[in-house]
Design a protein. Sequence first.
Lengths: 401, 139
Amino acid sequence: MQRSIEEINEKIKKNKAIVFTAEEIIPYVEEVGYKKAAERVDVVTTGTFGPMCSSGAFLNLGHTTPRMKIQRAWLNGVLAYGGLAAVDLFIGATEIPDDDPANRIHPGLFKYGGGHVIEDLISGKDIFLKAVSYGTDCYPRKELETYINIRDLNQAYIYNPRNCYQNYNVAVNLSKKVIYTYLGVLQPNLGNANFSSAGQLSPLLNDPYYRTIGIGTKIFLGGAQGFVSWEGTQHNPTAPRGENGVPKEGAGTIAVTGDMKKMNARYIRGVSVMGYGASMAVGIGIPIPIIDEDMIRFVTVKDEDILAPVVDYSMAYPSNKIKVLSYVNYRDLRSGEVEIKGKKVPTASLSSYPIAREIANTLKTWILKGEFLLTEKVASLPGVESGQGFYPLKIRSERIK
Amino acid sequence: MTKTQSRNILLHYPKNLTDKPIISNLIKNYDLTVNISKARIDQDEEGTMIIEISGTSENINDGLKYLREIGVTYKPISKVVNWNQDKCTHCSACTVVCPVGALYIPDRNNMLITFDEKKCIACGLCVPACPYRAITISE
């Protein structure tokens, strides 16, 4: 059985496509089997919503009178990078205001940061812009203070260099004091285990070898249509995999982009992680075309078949000497309790399963209504055959080249 | 026999009452069980206390009447802790910091968070632990 994207799109246009979410497909395949399911189903939709660092946005402000080549700029007090051109800015999700006390009073609260600026922009709120420069003959202005609004910007688009991590660590704390991590508050002596993945609903876990998801794939991004623009930073296709092909730790990632003017702030949210910093929660949904029977096998992956590594965030993670304590599956993680080192440990998720489900359903509705056509990838993400890994930075004091 | 009820409330003591044995009076004169989960006296010498009182409905009402008469104001915890459902994304970061299980997931199929005001003791641990700032406390 083979099915082309073109055939699927023809069916979508005629409102005849058969679409399931990555959750719904599991009992369906159990009922009818792989072969029949592959023949009948055209698309399976996935979804994920959680804090995703390495997110940000490009803004073009438009030129002032007289003109200004912005050197440094702040949006609601949060530094935005201006070293691109005259009036292009990049606001990063984890940037915090210059006067934020950060962790000087530990644990810091990080109430507002770059992710919140992006959420406020999408919500249509006015943002206070302050900018400074040195002045040139062609760009004489040296200072600027004004309110800006997304509707007046020439461009405002999300560009997230790394989203949608294919699997991730489960964080625990083996020390005797509370620690504050990007995976939340970790109570001492294995008090809790925190994770962040939509498991069986997560996009890259449903296409573990990146057969259909690649550069150019059209996706749900922040409530609008967006695209996969590149492999994500830290993309690591050679991470260890189980027999089902599913990575057993953080592996593939994607860079995504999309028009903020069309987005919905429900799916792009500023995040304050106590003791760690600010970030941004991103909602992503990716449609997976059922191009053959192998694809239906991949999209029926269940929470219980996806393993995640348990890592100690008091010593092993910060020292970058990671030793996996054990592996747990997402069915157990989602049950609220897992067993680690013989101890029953309560679990919590930083990502939202209900919103991941909502995104997969929304994408399904878009496709059923004929509003969302699938795209053929333009180029593939580096796969297992690329041999590409994810390496640490070696600190050195001498130039060798 | 009358059924025992319990209520979680936040008390505000004016300056002139912080040295009075009010809780002791509630126990001795109104036959109430009092469980104190938080108590403090502020810089202005006004006091705040979060208590769970248990007893018959009649005794609770009489006890609360006594508090009103001497000038202690109070409000139920549900008016102190606000869980903003529009902001909550139903992750579950709060559930492992809540010491009394007031923020929890009753149904592991839909994975939705629920806030049980009756269990809440307004300790405030959930407030900074929520990445979306969906919980606020106004004493």
